[in-house]
Design a protein around this ligand. Structure first.
Ligand code: AHR
Length: 319
């Protein structure tokens, strides 16, 4: 065997060994549930990423309950998985279970939502700047109404979740100092389409059949889509009589935008697992510690941004 062939053989053996090692990795994923189209896409992409990288994914659907997530993490620790991905339904109450994972030397990566625990208890968090998302949505509305009076209704996400807290803060930051804009009603719709519709119906009733509402701000697109249905059933034109701005950039909101029934959305990428696995791989390889927060981009889309094209590009991506 000449030197080149020998080096090639050694490299091939090393690659095989690396792949074999990767194949043995088991990842526990505690997912919140399936409350929204965005959540479904995050689950799909995490499964795809795990498969492509040769990991075995232990998936646990918490059905929106923190106690189910805590039980799932304890079960992952008992199974001695190689890493845990956690999309935490609410921000508080994680200290004890995160400490248990740390004591078992299992790295935990947070996906898309934040916790109020000390950051030493997890390896890294992958997500967007949730306050910024709310600010982008609020600034769009400030610019859109251009000084006109605007009474806003707000559909909040799951109570106690970091996106509900931060998207509210961000939006309020953006409209503060603009006395023409005022949030007149604000209630949770739990990030679901059904509750978005139901709560919007009550807002419409309370606000002169909707005549006194200028805009809807929804913390996610699914609630906006439910609310759009309620606005139409009330005999009003969403997107015109009531402006609609929300967050996620799921295919259905682009369809609504293409039909003129929604006005703007702020994108949240569902591919949180890619950066999470990259960070874990570097950590496993040589102990590289990632940044504590790996930030994904948040971009604004309006009706001017080819909503039909965006719908076509996204419709088969697992939303
Ligand atoms: O944590 C991200 C949020 O959770 C998404 O914006 C929403 O759709 C989902 O339920």
């Amino acid at each position: 065997m000449n030197r080149t062939t020998m080096l090639a053989s050694v490299a091939a053996l090393a690659l095989t060994a690396t792949n074999a090692l990767a194949e043995t990795r088991t990842i526990g994923f505690s997912q919140i549930g399936s409350e929204s189209g965005w959540r479904a896409a995050e689950t799909t992409l995490t499964r795809q990423q795990a498969e492509e990288r040769g990991y075995q994914l232990q998936f646990s659907d918490a059905q929106q309950r923190q106690e189910n997530q805590i039980a799932a993490i304890r079960s992952f620790v008992a199974q001695d998985v190689d890493a845990i991905l956690l999309a935490p339904v609410v921000a508080t109450g994680w200290d004890a279970v995160l400490r248990e994972a740390q004591e078992a030397e299992i790295p935990v990566v947070l996906l898309d939502r934040r916790v109020d625990s000390d950051e030493s208890l997890y390896l890294t968090a992958v997500g967007s700047d949730l306050v910024h998302e709310g600010e982008v949505a609020g600034q769009w509305l400030v610019d859109q109404v251009a000084g006109e009076e605007c009474r806003i209704v707000e559909l909040q996400g799951t109570t106690g979740s970091s996106p509900a807290i931060d998207r509210k803060t961000g939006f309020e930051n953006a409209i503060s100092g603009h006395d023409n804009l005022q949030i007149v009603r604000s209630q949770t719709g739990d990030f679901t389409r059904a509750q978005g519709k139901e709560v919007m119906e009550s807002f419409l009733q309370a606000e002169n059949g909707g005549a006194d509402i200028c805009a809807l701000y929804a913390h996610n697109d699914d609630m906006a889509v439910g609310a759009i249905q309620a606005i139409k059933e009330a005999g009003l034109q969403p997107g015109t009589d009531i402006l609609v701005v929300s967050i996620d950039a799921v295919p259905d909101i682009f369809q609504a935008m293409a039909a003129g029934e929604a006005n703007a959305t702020v994108e949240l990428t569902p591919n949180m697992a890619g950066p999470a696995f990259d960070a874990l791989e570097a950590y496993w390889a040589d102990g590289t510690m990632p940044e504590k927060f790996i930030q994904t981009e948040s971009r604004l889309y309006t009706q001017a941004d080819d909503p039909q094209g965006e719908y076509d590009r996204r419709k088969d991506l697992g939303y």
